[in-house]
Ligand binder design. Structure first.
Ligand SMILES: CC(C)(COP(=O)(O)OP(=O)(O)OC[C@H]1O[C@@H](n2cnc3c(N)ncnc32)[C@H](O)[C@@H]1OP(=O)(O)O)[C@@H](O)C(=O)NCCC(=O)NCCS
Length: 158
């Protein structure tokens, strides 16, 4: 299993690029144009900076292969670079995130997956998460919350 470590401020640029590229790839065809316009490289950098202490990374310093952010009982973000997809990187990030959520006392955890993001959905399902329905998620943007239809996934941590 590859090592998962804390993120550092020094790799904000590389992490923001990874998040931006992954978001655009996975969501360009399935999200409203208005949201796509708000998902700029700088917007991802600002959100990462704000969440840096809750961000975990896989891959060498300055050359991240992926990252994951947890927030209370939510698996908030999980992204791996295009070249790391299909490797065990995402599974290692998921195992680390679930361990951190459990350690913080969460028993039931959840995540939001944009409706139509089939690869991510398949990944969550094989990781033991259950789709409980379609809900409206308030996606965080620089222009305030943006309502987005998502698949809500839940998991009971053991
Ligand atoms: C979501 C993500 C972290 C998963 O990591 P990954 O390395 O791609 O995951 P895996 O390859 O282990 O699993 C993906 C599964 O989806 C399958 N898959 C691939 N393309 C697919 C598609 N278009 N539709 C459905 N399933 C698909 C894969 O075959 C694999 O299933 P399998 O192991 O049963 O064969 C990664 O794809 C990613 O970063 N995507 C872009 C960002 C993103 O969407 N993040 C999640 C936001 S909610």
């Amino acid at each position: 299993m590859m090592e998962v470590r804390a993120a550092t401020e020094r790799e904000l640029d590389q992490l923001a690029q990874l998040w931006h590229d992954g978001w655009q790839e996975a969501h360009a065809q399935i999200c409203p144009a208005e949201l796509r316009r708000l998902r700029t490289l700088d917007s991802f950098r600002q959100r990462l900076q704000a969440a840096i202490t809750d961000t975990r990374v896989i891959g060498p310093l300055g050359v991240p292969l992926g990252f994951c952010i947890t927030k209370c009982d939510e698996l908030y973000q999980i992204y791996v670079s295009a070249q790391a997809r299909g490797s065990s990187a995402a599974l290692a990030l998921m195992a680390d995130a679930e361990a951190r959520l459990a350690k913080s006392g969460a028993e039931f955890v959840w995540l939001a997956c944009a409706v139509g993001n089939d690869r991510a959905a398949r990944f969550y399902e094989k990781s033991g998460w259950h789709r409980v329905g379609v809900v409206t998620y308030q996606a965080e943007t620089s222009a305030g919350n943006f309502p987005l239809k998502v698949w809500r996934y839940e998991k009971r941590l053991t």
